[in-house]
Design a protein around this ligand. Sequence first.
Ligand code: KIV
Ligand code: ZN
Length: 505
Amino acid sequence: MERVIIFDTTLRDGEQAAGGALTLEEKHEIGHQLQRLGVDIIEAGFPHTSPGDFAAVQLLARELRDCQIAALSGIKQEQIDSTWNALKEAEAPLLHVVLSTSDIHLEHQLHISREQALELAVEAVRYAKRYCSAVEFSAMDATRSDWDYLCQVLAATIEAGATVVNIPDTVGYVQPDEFGALIEYVRNNVPGIEKVTLSVHCHDDLGQAVANSLRAIQCGARQVECTINGVGERAGNAALEEIVMALKTRSDFFHLATKVDTAQIYRTSRLVSHYMGMEVPPNKAIVGANAFAHASGLHQDGMLKERTTYEIMTPKSIGVGESRIVLGKTSGRHAFRQKLEELGCTLSEEDFARAFAAFKELADKKKEVTDPDLEALVAEELRTVSETYHLEQVQVSCGDHTVSTATVKLVAPDGQVIADAALGAGPVDAVYKAINRLVQVPNTLTEFSVKSITEGIDAIGEVTIKIESEGRTYIGRGASTDILVASAKAYMNALNRLLAAKGKE
Ligand code: KIV
Ligand code: ZN
């Protein structure tokens, strides 16, 4: 299959993201990971703009041997000199020169005419060629440039020795079909275009960077410039992982390949996100936390029957372990049963029905019910102690400058609902005193511990207590997302054990 060249610019355009600056050590690590990922070209920086970029380009040019190293330069000779100084030790250097071609940029930013820009571009490419055989020319703001003028500049830079010509959509303005038409226009109207690599570089201001890149590829571009997680200036660049996985997953449509080892995608994404301090949104294509998470009952049912019903690629293909069946309020019995089986819990139909009802109740309170949540829930539901008293309701009022007050309702052995209230030194004390007023079994609380058995602010807490009565110790446990309810459950659990033991005497 014909190949598309993946030009990664995470360390140059990506680092231009507001607040995304990287240290030399971080660039070093990301550079090595990008090489492992198998990108063809790493643009390592813009050397004449900062000593940090110079050092990063120099370091990666020295160390990375399995990919081409590119560095960006302005058109001035001293800028090209400095860029080359940083780049020259690379095994396969690519000197990348940029100049705008749109009237908006020429008039308002550079204050030069089209003719002057054409001349400057040609001179810059000629000068860069004195150093480096591989030279890329980028026509900044190409998509807002006059098409014929753009073609004229590209033809002249190819004539001057450019080996790659790049069509950037610098401000993320173009639409896919329009961009496709421009690429075709360039291919049909630039003499010499067939001898060089035609590249595209898309920004995401209108959310079209990946769509535009793929459209350009369909229309004959053979290099795409992109960044990990789509990081970059303003709304960012085209996301590398999305382009690569689109080409791979829809090879039946594109008939094109890349040399990226897709199993390295997730790792690279995490590394870039971590070092740039830019969180990947959970719904981000390919690398978002939910990209392989199935939450609705209908989808979970399909997934459990046959993965391809709701997944077009495997998480393994990007280096993530497994798809996730996320149990939540829309999950059904099928997913719940499967999850319990995975956790090694086989329940009778009656216990399953109780556990499922408890799960639905929990799922209404928690966004996601995790494996430890489920283990705690099943353990709680299947507690074997026969209950003499059943905790029906607990309500607590507490805070600073307030005396803690608890109201408790229990179902007594004769089925009557009984209720009482008590004040306490703290909320747990108040709950226990209210229960004591109803159950009236003398005992002493000897231990009380609480731990979070699941993660997050909405975690399940488990309370374990020990009570003593007539020289014997009784343990009680209770779990709930509400720590006071867990405390009440634990106490009732210990009291019921005590009452069961007394009943046997
Ligand atoms: O967006 C742009 O035009 C660029 C060029 C330097 C390629 O980043
Ligand atoms: Zn850019």
